[in-house]
Design a protein around this ligand. Structure first.
Ligand code: FAD
Length: 407
């Protein structure tokens, strides 16, 4: 049985490490370029807290795939290949070396040992025949295969080779796509003080508001940049934010200018009470011991107040505005960074048209795995876990087919 895997990223390499005698095509000169960039070069392989809540898109498909290819099974294969792992205090799983290159080397070695890995060859077309498939390679050469696996990834980090080519291949084969958009991405916001605040970090809770209603919140380090907001809580909320923004909904982010606040309502009460404690103080003095010095200018300018005004001189309405700015600073979303900055592409090949083995319901023998499919996960190792599990489920299906054929 002739089997082709298209794409030598996380899912394609993991699949190849589980099979023998397959041909893997990778458009780039080397396999696994994106893997090297994962987890800031440390590769956050997975997460100990595995539940459906961390996945988005077609959850039914996620459930089917995980019931065929569990996290335990994935990691027993990694351990068999010699990769040792560790878990950090946030339940994220990494290679024990804390080097993404280790993961790539282990996968590449096992994939290469048993298979034909052909790099620098882009597959330009996949045609379904009565039986099997014809691949058209870059340069026009054609090759026939019995089974084909599309593991071409999404559209993020295009320089790694994933430029969304798989979406076109899938569409040409009659598959439908769920709308594609980037996530785990920094957001652009409107604020007259961004340049001034660039580089300032706040440790605390970040709230996401859509059409004036609070939708979600995440805690962590919020980084203000010259274009808007970055940092782990922003990335975590970006999926919902980008989706709403693309639907032309009004999206804004709220956070307290005070570090260490876990609830914005409590932050309001805190600054309110503190005001009465320091009632005779000048505004500047009051703010000095409370917030990053760059915020002092922002608060005073926002309210058009002089630093020398005393708290006790403010009318109650102005005090309320003052507390609100300190406790619930608001930035309206005006966009998001492009694919080259995002970590994941949401949407993709519809899960309605494939089964839990990754096999196409339109063309038996055609499989889809990894980010190309309409499944994405939260930050913290969930996207790679999807890549590994979808590849393992597909490997089992391919082995079943080989057994049926008596190979
Ligand atoms: C900066 C960054 C950091 C990340 N960190 C993490 C992390 O720590 N943990 C986590 O869980 N997730 C992380 N992710 C997400 C994770 O890397 C992806 O979800 C995962 O790599 C997807 O695997 P894949 O095999 O589907 O696609 P990819 O890894 O993108 O691989 C697809 C491959 O297919 C090749 N290809 C595409 N089309 C063709 C074609 N027509 N012919 C031949 N070859 C083709 C591409 O060149 C590419 O090598 C990160 C992503 C980025 C961008």
């Amino acid at each position: 049985m002739k089997i082709a895997i298209i794409g030598g990223g996380a899912s394609g390499l993991f699949l190849a490490s589980l099979l023998e005698g397959v041909t893997l095509f990778e458009g780039k000169d080397r396999v696994g370029k994106k893997l090297l960039a994962t987890g800031n070069g440390r590769c956050n392989l997975s997460n100990q807290q595995m539940s459906l809540d961390h996945f988005h898109g077609n959850k039914k498909l996620v459930q089917e795939v995980f019931s065929r290819a569990s996290q335990e099974e994935v990691f027993s294969h990694f351990h068999l290949m010699g990769l040792d792992t560790l878990r950090d205090d946030r339940n994220r799983i990494y290679p024990r070396t804390l080097q993404a290159s280790t993961v790539l080397n282990v996968l590449r070695r096992h994939a290469e040992e048993k298979n034909d890995i052909r790099t620098g060859i882009e597959v330009e077309k996949v045609q379904a025949k009565n039986k099997g498939f014809t691949l058209t390679l870059e340069g026009g050469e054609r090759e026939d295969y019995d089974l084909v696996v599309l593991a071409t990834g999404g559209k993020t980090m295009p320089k790694s080779g994933s430029r969304g080519q798989g979406y076109a291949l899938a569409k040409a084969l009659g598959h439908h796509l769920r709308p594609i958009f980037p996530a785990l991405v920094q957001v652009k916001t409107k604020d007259p003080f961004l340049k001034h605040l660039q580089g300032v970090k706040v440790e605390g809770v970040l709230e996401l508001w859509i059409n004036g209603k609070k939708k979600d919140q995440k805690t962590g380090e919020i980084l203000i940049t010259n274009y808007g907001l970055s940092g782990p809580p922003v990335l975590d909320l970006s999926r919902q934010a980008v989706e709403a923004y693309l639907k032309k909904e009004k999206v804004d982010f709220r956070f307290s200018l005070l570090n260490g606040m876990e609830d914005l309502k409590e932050a309001f009460t805190y600054v309110q009470e503190r005001t009465y404690q320091f009632y005779p103080n000048r505004l500047e003095e009051f703010l000095e011991g409370l917030v990053h010095k760059k915020f002092i200018h922002v608060v005073l300018k926002n309210l058009n107040l002089s630093p020398d005004v005393r708290l006790e001189d403010l009318a109650y309405q102005d005090l309320e505005k003052f507390w609100k700015i300190l406790a619930q600073y608001k930035m309206e979303m005006t966009g998001f960074r492009k694919e080259d900055q995002a970590q994941i592409t949401c949407g993709g090949v519809s899960g309605e048209e494939i089964d839990g083995r990754g096999e196409s319901l339109l063309h038996p023998g055609l499989f889809f795995i990894g980010e190309l499919v309409d499944v994405d996960g939260d930050c913290g190792g969930y996207n790679l876990q999807w890549a590994w599990s979808s590849a393992l489920s597909c490997a089992k299906a391919i082995k079943e087919k080989e057994d049926q054929k008596g190979f």
